[in-house]
Ligand binder design. Structure first.
Ligand SMILES: [Zn+2]
Length: 143
């Protein structure tokens, strides 16, 4: 199949991780620029990148052209790749999974989650770059 105009190249919203074969979502280039440690952030080749959230897999980002970045090539530990309770769930406000579930158990309703929700609604968060997934953390909260 030829693509004479070269224009509108279709970008898949999801792709399969070459390591664990799971299907994962597209992330912005901005997310990689922020998350990758130097010098890896200086040589990102143009392609679509996806975030693998499997704790069993070493790959953090994989690209449509085959470039991959693993847990050793990012700036800080990726909570989604860890299983300890102290792993981060919210990267904008440094909230751990432990803190979120303690709060839920103690108060019956999650005050921390409400706080994060309020900040998100007020657009006072930066999930696109702070969360390795590039997505809002609210979906990951226990409830
Ligand atoms: Zn994977």
């Amino acid at each position: 199949m030829s693509n004479c105009c070269g224009g509108s190249k279709k970008i898949d919203k999801k792709a399969m991780c070459p390591e664990c074969q799971g299907e994962y979502k597209l992330v912005l280039l901005d997310t990689l620029l922020h998350q990758l440690a130097s010098p890896h952030n200086q040589s990102i080749k143009e392609q679509s990148f996806y975030f693998c959230s499997s704790p069993e897999c070493n790959i953090v980002y994989f690209g449509s052209a085959g470039d991959c970045y693993n847990v050793e090539q990012v700036r800080s530990p990726v909570g989604q790749k860890q299983t300890v309770a102290s792993r981060l769930i919210c990267y904008c406000f440094d909230i751990s999974v432990q803190a979120a579930s303690d709060d839920l158990n103690k108060n019956g309703a999650s005050e921390i989650k409400e706080f994060v929700k309020a900040q998100t609604q007020a657009k006072r968060c930066a999930c696109e770059i702070r969360n390795p997934s590039g997505k809002c953390c609210l979906v990951d909260f226990p409830n």
